[in-house]
Design a protein. Structure first.
Length: 131
């Protein structure tokens, strides 16, 4: 069974921040940034690609609500991240969004490292353009 599904069932303890009938928000055990929170649908969807639009919209509204709450508590910034698929860094195959509450000079950095091979932006834009 998926570790997040086990958390939802109560088989694995968690530090809950928010819970309703569809979603759960809890502290990430990595404890890398104060308040690092994971927001998940209680229903199992492997990733963003599998998550139905109605769940996604509700989940993102919850992410916004939690983020505003953190800002009201005195955090001065928020990073919101979701990794989709293994090659993008998704470690647990249950859709989730990370909220990183930030404080000035907390020392944490979310950084994309420079690509090994530079792309031709003109060609890439043609390839990725949506009609």
């Amino acid at each position: 069974m998926c570790v997040f599904c086990s958390i939802v069932k109560g088989d694995i303890p968690s530090y809950k921040i928010y819970e309703d009938e569809n979603f759960l928000a809890f502290l990430d055990i990595s404890n890398d940034v104060e308040g690092h929170t994971l927001v998940i649908p209680k229903q199992h969807f492997i990733d963003l690609d599998e998550c139905p639009d109605d769940y996604y919209i509700k989940l993102m509204l919850l992410v916004k609500k939690i983020s505003k709450h953190f800002l009201n508590l005195g955090y001065s910034g928020i990073n919101i991240v979701s990794n989709c698929k293994k090659d993008a860094g998704q470690e647990i195959e249950h859709f989730h969004v990370h909220i990183f509450p930030r404080k000035k000079a907390d020392g944490a950095k979310l950084v994309m490292h420079e690509a090994i091979v530079k792309s031709d932006l003109n060609e890439i834009s043609k390839k990725l353009r949506m009609s």
